[in-house]
Design a protein around this ligand. Structure first.
Ligand code: NAP
Length: 253
């Protein structure tokens, strides 16, 4: 049975989508939450919902691509709960277009949030985790970082970068009791994937061997496992949560 009682857990991009699903799951397992997101209204409504369920939660407005915001986020967790146990680097964006049409800004934006944002938060968090000699970090990669995907050269590169970053961090930090793993979701029904045209979306779901789109709870269950002591001998692992979709030509977000 997974138990996160009194563990502090930061979820970036935690106010909606997969991040909110992760926050709800970790809260239900006893974790004290820090919800980091861009939009103050969505942060407030998410924190109110979590508190209504009886969970401890605070919200921090944070753009993970900004180093000072990431430092403030992690410091806020330390200040509120006295430790930084779990960091879930979930915040992510897409700016899809074919490479020949991609503007440098579209490349930079996606790399800054998805990859540099993961670096910024991890870098700030390990300051405390190294002293504690414990911690669990879970990064959100993607099936697109493993397979590549048409129209997603920027996104696929960022998510492949997250895989390399996860594996290198795991090696560097293992001797200090800090575990670093990643999840590579396939197609999960959220606002991010709702932006994909319906006919393409239906085709993607039909190509999934388990014949359904994933839901945020599918990812949240995997995050709960990787951030808990139930996975205490697992680090540097990339867990596919994709309905069997890791096949050539099956893309995702
Ligand atoms: P989503 O519905 O678009 O939600 C993303 C969340 O991240 C939003 O709350 C967003 O805030 C926040 N965010 C965006 N940029 C941020 C920044 N710079 N700093 C802090 N927060 C930021 O996305 P999702 O589908 O839940 O995806 C969550 C993660 O899973 C992402 O890393 C994504 O790449 C990954 N993933 C998703 C899928 C999928 O099928 N959905 C598949 C593979 C991987 P705003 O509301 O203010 O925009």
């Amino acid at each position: 049975m997974i138990n996160l009682k009194d563990k502090s857990a930061i979820v970036t991009g935690g106010a909606r989508g997969i991040g909110k699903g992760i926050a709800l799951k970790l809260g239900s397992l006893g974790a004290n939450l820090v919800i980091a997101d861009l939009n103050e209204d969505s942060i407030n409504s998410c924190v109110t919902e979590l508190k209504g369920l009886g969970y401890k939660a605070i919200g921090v407005k944070c753009d993970v691509s900004k180093e000072e915001d990431a430092v403030n986020l992690i410091d806020s967790c330390q200040k509120e709960y006295g430790k930084v146990d779990i960091l879930v680097n979930n915040a992510g964006i897409t700016k899809d277009t074919l490479l020949m049409r991609m503007k440098k800004e579209q490349w930079d934006a996606v790399i800054s949030v998805n990859l540099t944002g993961t670096f910024n938060c991890t870098h700030a968090a390990i300051k405390y985790m190294l002293k504690q000699r414990s911690g669990a970090i879970v990064n959100l990669s993607s099936i697109s970082g493993e397979n590549g995907n048409i129209g997603q050269t920027n996104y696929s590169a960022s998510k492949a970068g997250v895989i390399g970053f996860t594996k290198a961090c795991a090696l560097e930090l293992a001797s200090r009791g800090i575990r670093v793993n990643a999840i590579a979701p396939g197609f999960i029904a959220t606002e991010m994937t709702a932006a994909i045209p319906e006919n393409i979306r239906n085709g993607m779901v039909n190509a999934i061997p388990l014949k359904r789109a994933g839901v945020p709870e599918d990812i949240a269950n995997a995050v709960a496992f990787l951030s808990s002591d139930s996975s205490s001998f697992i680090t540097g692992h990339i867990l596919d949560v994709n309905g069997g979709g890791f096949l050539p030509g099956i893309g995702g977000a």
